[in-house]
Design a protein around this ligand. Structure first.
Ligand SMILES: [Zn+2]
Length: 342
């Protein structure tokens, strides 16, 4: 007779974290401390000790989400603040079993206080390098352009990102409200990034449907999709993602917090998994959504019935979808096998 194995600790499962935003990675306690230090008055929604109630499926809700995000961002003022944020993000990730973290940042937001775009990115890359050495976590940066800004700004950012390819930047992203503008408007920026050896990882298929994922593939040459969950509405698109091995950076807690889906069980994890679309579960903005990396795997286990073998496969997909060098991937993949064997 077979005895069921007690559920394994998901924090011990080695994984790669491919969808985490810079400010959004902040510990709530750190936000309060920095706000105090810099005399920033935070909106009540950020000081209640509980994740704020958000509903971003309409433009007002999204605007509110962005306002909270901006308030949190305004607490990051000095190079020391940046170093602290990155170090703590790395510590939290290590605690959750991450062996590789790709953190996403638009340096434009920090440029005014840090002496310009180039110093801002250099301070961030330096912080990432130190945090990586202190914690042992492999860490790289995805420079993300903002969809609400002019496509020329995105090109400037892409050129800057390419200059730092090989010095910590591995990808180029596009974030903010998918309902604004066309992915196509950013095609030149993405061409610059890809030609410069960066991985294209724009957001798509979160607030808008499968068409936005197709646009990311066709117009931006996306190798990965930030979210991409709405691809579940189109079987042909799912096949295309699966055949091309395009990893979707799926963030279940974020989807529920922002009202993309009402309940965790509605996030189409099973649909993507069964279609063979590789996924990398991510936390997106733990500061605003109240949960970190391991919790996303908990959702797959609790609400979608993923077995430990399937959870191990999800972890493998996250590792294979990462920009981690082959030796790092091999080590993490071996760790996944060990986790499953014990
Ligand atoms: Zn995101």
């Amino acid at each position: 007779m077979e005895h069921p194995h007690p559920p394994r600790d998901l924090r011990l499962l080695p994984k790669a974290h491919l969808h985490l935003h810079f400010t959004g990675s902040m510990r709530p306690a750190t936000l309060l401390e920095l706000a105090g230090e810099h005399g920033v008055h935070l909106p009540d929604a950020l000081t209640g000790g509980e994740p704020p109630k958000l509903r971003a499926t309409d433009e007002r809700g999204w605007f509110r989400f962005q306002r909270l995000y901006d308030a949190a961002r305004s607490c990051l003022r000095t190079p020391e603040d940046i170093r602290r944020l990155v170090r703590e993000a790395a510590e939290e990730d290590v605690r959750d079993g991450s062996g590789w973290l790709e953190i996403q940042v638009d340096p434009t937001s920090y440029a005014p206080r840090l002496g310009g775009l180039i110093p801002a990115l250099e301070i961030i890359l330096d912080a990432v390098d130190s945090a990586s050495r202190e914690t042992g976590l492999g860490m790289r940066v995805i420079v993300a352009a903002n969809r609400m800004k002019h496509p020329l700004d995105a090109r400037t950012l892409a050129r800057l990102a390419v200059r730092y390819a090989g010095s910590g930047v591995i990808g180029f992203g596009l974030s903010n409200d998918e309902r604004r503008g066309m992915a196509r408007d950013f095609d030149r920026a993405f061409a610059i990034a890809r030609e410069g050896g960066l991985l294209a990882a724009p957001h798509g298929g979160e607030l808008t449907g499968p068409a936005s994922v197709r646009d990311c593939l066709d117009d931006l040459g996306a190798a990965r999709i930030g979210h991409g969950v709405r691809a579940a509405e189109d079987p042909r698109l799912l096949r295309r993602l699966a055949e091309r091995g395009v990893t979707c950076e799926v963030c279940p807690a974020s989807n529920v917090a922002l009202g993309v889906y009402e309940k965790p069980e509605q996030v189409p994890l099973r649909t993507l998994y069964e279609a063979g679309v590789p996924m990398a579960l991510g936390a997106d903005d733990p500061l605003l959504f109240g949960s970190r990396l391991a919790a996303q795997y908990e959702i797959a286990r609790t609400h979608h019935g993923f077995t430990d073998a399937e959870l191990a496969e999800l972890a493998r997909q996250s590792i294979r979808g990462s920009a981690a060098p082959p030796d790092v991937q091999a080590k993490l993949l071996a760790g996944v096998d060990e986790w499953l064997e014990c």
